[in-house]
Design a protein around this ligand. Sequence first.
Ligand SMILES: [Zn+2]
Length: 434
Amino acid sequence: MRIASLILLIMACASCSVEAPPGLEVQLDPIAERYVRLALALGEHDEDYVDAYFGPADWREQAKEEALGLSAIIAAADQLVAELEALDPAGAERHVALRHNYLLSHTSSMAAIGRMRSGASLSFDQESKALYGFVAPSFPREHYERAQQKLNALLPGEGPLHERYQAFRQQLKIPEDKVKAVVRKGLEACRERTGQHMTMAEGENFSLEFVSDQPWSAYNWYLGNGQGLIQINLGRPKYLGTSIGLGCHEGYPGHHLFSTMLDTEYRQRRGWVEFSVLPLFSPQGIIFEGSGNLASLVAFPGDERTAFLRDVIAPIAGLEDVDFDAAAAVREAVKGLRYAGIEAARHYLDGDWSKEQTTEWLTTYALVGPESIDAWFGFTARYRAYRINYTLGEDLVTAFVRARNPDADPEGDWQALAELLSLPPTPALFADDR
Ligand SMILES: [Zn+2]
C-alpha cells in the first residue's frame, strides 16, 4: 500500500515537472469570477453600481442572500488587488495583458467605491483617479475668458455673451412634438453608417423608449447577447445635433455597439466572465463615454455633419431656416470651454464654491442654460466625478485614435475606432504605444 502510494506520488511529481505552469489567462479565470461576485455584492449597497449584469442568474441570487457588508467587500477587493499585483503580465499576449490590467484597475476601483460608501471622503480629483484612473486638467478663469473671445466675435450684440449664446441656441432647439421622429432618424443613420464600416454581431438589436424625470439626457442599458434598451429623456431640451449626438453615442458606434462587441468577443467567445458585468463607476466608464463622444465625429466627420443636419434632420424638425454655417462655427468656438463643467463640479463637490457661485460659473463659462441648471446639479450629486469621463475620455480616446494614424484626422477614422472598441477597456490602453 505504502509502496503503491509512493510510486503514484513519484509518477504524479514526474508529470508535474514536465507541465508548464498555468498561463496568465488561466490564472485570471478564478479571480475574474470572484471579481464579478464582488461587483454584485457591492451592487447591493449602491443601486447605480451594476449598470448591467447578464452572467449566471444564481450568482446574483447568492449575492443577495449573502448580503456581504461593505468592510468584507473592501477586504476581498484589496485581496484581489494584491493577488493581481503578484502576477506578472510581461510577455503575455496583448489581450491577456490588458485583461490583467482590466481586472486590476476594476478591483482597485471597487475597493475605493466600497470605502466611499463606508464614509471615506475623497476630493474630486482623488475620486476620479481612484474610480476611473485619471485626473482631469484644471484651468483658471482666464483660460475660459480667452476661449470666449472667438465666440464673442461670432455672436455680436448687446447683453452678456451667455445670453446671446442661449438666444442663438434657441433656433436649433427641436420642437417637442418633433423630438421622437428626429431621435429615431438619428439612430437609424448612425446604425446605417456604422454597418458600412464595422462588423455588427448577428442578431444584435435595441429597443427605444422615451422617458422623463431622469438626471441624464439619454441612457443605454445593455441587456446581454447583443440586446439593448436606449432611453431618451424628453424632459431635457434637444437640439439639432442631438439627433446624431445621442444616436451615435448611445447606439452606433457608441455604447450599444461597444457593449455588444465586448460581450461577443470576451464573454461569449473567450469565456472571460468579468465581461458579464458592467460596473458604472469603474475605469471602463472613461473609455465608454470617451468613445461615445467620439462616435458621432467618426460617423459624421467634418462637413458631413452639417450636410446631414441640414438635408435630413432639419426638414423633419421643421428647422430649415437655421444658418448652418454659423451653427458649425459657434459649435467649434464653444470647444474651448469644454472643461468648464468639470471645473464647476470639482469646486462644488470639494465645497470651495456655493451653489450660487457654481451656478454663476456654469452660466458664464460652461454656457449651461437656465432650463438645464437643476439637471446639472442633479446629475453631479448622483454621479459626481463620473463627469470627467465625457470630456477627458474623449480627449484620451481621440489621442489613441490619432496615434494610430498621426497624419490623418481622427474624425472619420473608422479603423482606429474599431481597434479601440475591440480591446478590453482599461487605462493601460493609453499607456500602450503598440
Ligand atoms: Zn454615455
